[in-house]
Design a protein around this ligand. Structure first.
Ligand code: PLP
Length: 371
């Protein structure tokens, strides 16, 4: 029996975003084996397209079978050993999550924090790196809990000069902003499919540099996680295609289709589309009294965090969001962590980064705020 049908949603929260019918159709194809040559050539295609999107030559560029948090765990578990120092930039909930994951691995975590809604300070990160001489430096490119875009180059340079490897979270940026791994010198990077790639959640595109793989080969003890050990994963994701785990065939086929759509559009046109949609959103919501939490030049285009006007606070911000969902089928996100109850997070990601989405949200807001 089919599950009861769900009225369609316009997903304007922090992810997932809506999925194009062509991606859903690719996922609904009859199943083939994960070692079937037809599927393996599609996997080759996905890996090649991910290299182009990440702007990297890294051989080990793969769709990890995991959500974004699994990608985070994979990157940190491979590069960190118990007792290793790691400097982590914390600009919100996802930097915080990195500290939790690194601590559980046994890393000696040195945190550099910034106020929610602001970017990490290059000088503070450099100081901590010089003081700590860490094995790894880690931070988030697009902090979805606050809507801040973190400049990468300065911190990446400080990490490289100190001989540390760089772990970068590109969960929300990939497919909406240029991600240039080789230029930045990122060593282990992870993303997720449900944001600007507009696929269902479930895969974490990830990329590991040769320096990262050399660090893994030189480890004093094996990677604690069997599932995420890149030296084992390389057997399947390299030319040998040795069984490691059963690849999620339908999810990978959906990602292949989504990546074709990204390339058809072109990354610079896609980024420009995200920026136009974000500008339209700000113009539309300022009329209702919302104001942006993040100052330029650090405002993300695909995720806008908004301070709430009095009329929304009075009605109860969660109740207003619920009314948007129930009456108009529109999902927007609330605040996370320290910003809970204080902001909304509006995602215009991938397929949803359009002026049409903004128009629908503005009409719905008109209705729910009038009543
Ligand atoms: N990192 C960032 C920046 C995120 O926005 C998210 C999810 O929203 C994650 C990591 C975790 O990803 P997932 O929820 O797919 O596990």
């Amino acid at each position: 029996m089919m599950s009861p049908s769900q009225s369609p949603r316009l997903l304007l929260g922090p992810g997932p975003s809506n999925v194009h019918p062509a991606v859903l159709a690719a996922m609904a194809q009859p199943l083939v084996g994960h070692l079937d040559p037809a599927f393996l050539s599609e996997m080759d295609e996905v890996q090649e397209r991910l290299r182009r999107l990440f702007q990297t030559e890294n051989r080990l560029t793969i769709p990890l079978s995991a959500t974004g948090s699994g990608g985070m765990e994979a990157c940190l578990a491979n590069l960190l050993e118990p007792g290793d120092p790691i400097v982590i930039g914390v600009a919100g909930v996802f930097g915080e999550r990195m500290c939790d994951v690194a601590g559980r691995i046994g890393g000696r975590v040195v945190r550099v924090e910034t106020e929610p809604g602001t970017a990490l300070d290059d000088a503070a990160m450099s100081d901590a790196i010089l003081r700590t001489r860490p094995a790894v430096v880690a931070f988030v490119h697009a902090e979805t809990s606050t809507g801040v875009c973190q400049p990468v180059a300065g911190i990446a340079r400080a990490a490289r000069e100190a001989g540390a490897l760089l772990v970068l979270d590109c969960v929300t940026s990939l497919g909406g902003l240029a991600v240039t791994l080789d230029r930045w010198g990122a060593d282990a990077t992870y993303s997720a499919t449900q944001k600007c790639l507009s696929c269902p959640p479930g895969l974490s595109p990830a990329s590991f540099s040769e320096r990262a793989l050399a660090r893994v080969r030189a480890r004093r003890r094996p990677v604690q996680s069997w599932y995420f050990d890149v030296s084992l994963l390389a057997g399947y994701f390299g030319s040998e295609r040795i069984y490691h785990h059963t690849a999620p065939v339908s999810a990978v086929r959906g990602l292949a289709q989504a990546l074709r759509r990204v390339e058809q559009e072109g990354m610079s046109a896609r980024e420009a589309r995200h920026r136009r949609a974000a500008a339209a959103l700000l113009t539309a919501v300022e009329g209702f009294g919302f104001s942006p939490l993040v100052a330029e030049p650090h405002r993300l285009p695909m995720l806008t965090s908004l301070r709430l006007p009095e009329r929304v606070l009075q009605k109860g911000e969660a109740a207003v969001r619920r009314r948007l969902l129930d009456r108009h089928g529109i999902e927007v996100g609330g605040g996370l962590g320290k910003l809970a109850g204080m902001i909304w997070r509006i995602g215009l990601m991938g397929e949803n980064a359009t002026e049409e989405s903004v128009g629908r949200l503005a009409e719905a807001l008109e209705d729910v705020l009038a009543s």
